[in-house]
Design a protein around this ligand. Structure first.
Ligand code: SF4
Length: 376
């Protein structure tokens, strides 16, 4: 075991035995003061924090099990010296946002939809984030007023844009007043029919889901909230209440999950997460293969492992609980579904379908027999 690996196994050995946290933790010292890091690791972890922002909310701190050295919440947010390791194929901008950004704050990769990123900060900093070098301390917190107007003008001028995805950073960190300005501007663009908001807030800072915010989201366009959630432990009673508030006010919810080694890459956890989401009226949408962001290789599974997990999930749980397993092609070519292959072409003008038990069945989709006019 090398030094970095030793550090990784020690990363949360000093967890306190109990705590109720009041404030967010934003620095290596604060993580160490709260008992989440070994002080001897701090110099290296300071290097991590110089490259990638660090933060965790009190709500997430309180969900960490101090007795569990592999706690799935701690692993997502507590900085680790393994983040200093880089591989040649890891990228600063793994999904090529920059090359699809015609103006600041817009990523226009697909014809009918685009991302609007008005805010570049988050309430937590996920250690595997694919935008980790573009959010947080290294970025301006918000688009300036001029930048926002230019971004909105771009949307106005592109009448093929049917859907605007607010992403970031976390757009629900904006005040309801600021969010209202953006939603109202989008409401007034006739060709924009759908506003989708990608957020971690209902889980990591549920008290932000307020009546005022709901009022903003209940607008004349279809608004969808996509929750980023990776483990069932994240869905605390307060998080579930926040999601219920959205759903009961007519805001449909979807989810996106990142497949993460040592956190949710097993069938039991994935099943529990997907069932919990659906029970809370949140439709699982995407399961992302972890992107090649720098310093994140310790979180990545292989695609084969992901496909096996999906195959197992397919056999066990309702179709409502099935997310689409997707890869964002490195460099910016977009997402592709990479789930298990259930159907292969055979030599007999047909296909072989594999069921969830692994049994194979022939299927012909062209008729080669003579058509009969009577039934047997
Ligand atoms: S909340 Fe989203 S954008 Fe922010 S650090 Fe986590 S994954 Fe990245």
């Amino acid at each position: 075991m090398n030094k970095a690996q030793q550090h990784s196994t020690r990363a949360i050995v000093n967890l306190k035995t109990s705590h109720t946290s009041q404030t967010s933790v934003h620095s290596i010292n604060a993580f160490a003061d709260q008992g989440y890091l070994n002080t001897e690791d701090c110099p290296q972890l300071e290097q991590v924090a110089e490259r990638f922002s660090v933060a965790i909310t009190p709500q997430m701190l309180d969900l960490i099990d101090p007795a569990n050295p592999n706690d799935p919440i701690a692993k997502q947010f507590v900085p680790n010296v393994l983040e200093l390791q880089n591989h040649n194929d890891e990228l600063r901008d793994p999904i090529g946002d920059t090359q699809h950004s015609p103006v600041t704050g817009i990523v226009h990769r697909y014809p009918d939809r685009l991302l609007l990123t008005p805010v570049r900060v988050c309430p937590v900093y996920c250690r595997f984030c694919f935008r980790r070098e573009h959010v947080g301390n290294n970025a301006d917190a918000m688009l300036s007023s001029d930048e926002l107007q230019a971004a909105l003008n771009y949307i106005r001028e592109h009448d093929e844009v049917w859907e605007v995805i607010l992403s970031g950073g976390d757009p629900l960190l904006m005040s309801p007043r600021r969010l209202q300005e953006i939603v109202t501007a989008l409401e007034n663009i006739r060709h924009v029919k759908v506003i989708r908001i990608h957020t971690r807030v209902p889980v990591v800072d549920p008290t932000r889901i307020s009546r005022q915010l709901i009022k903003v989201l209940k607008c004349s366009k279809a608004v969808y909230v996509v929750l980023h959630s990776n483990h069932p432990n994240e869905l605390s009673a307060n998080a579930q209440k926040a999601c219920a508030m959205l759903v009961e006010n007519g805001i449909p919810m979807l989810s996106q999950t990142v497949l993460l080694k040592g956190i949710n890459d097993n069938p039991v956890t994935l099943e529990a997460l997907m069932r919990t989401l659906v029970e809370n009226r949140i439709k699982p949408y995407y399961l992302h293969h972890a992107d090649r962001a720098r310093g994140t290789s310790h979180f990545r599974t292989t695609i084969k492992e992901g496909q096996e997990l999906l195959r197992e999930l397919h056999g066990k749980v309702s179709g409502l609980c099935q997310p689409e397993y997707v890869l964002d092609i490195p460099g910016g070519a977009g997402k592709v579904p990479i789930g298990p292959n259930w159907l292969t072409a055979n030599n007999d003008n047909g296909y072989t379908a594999t069921d969830y038990n692994g049994c194979q069945h022939d299927y012909k989709d062209q008729y080669t027999d003579t058509c009969k006019t009577t039934l047997d």
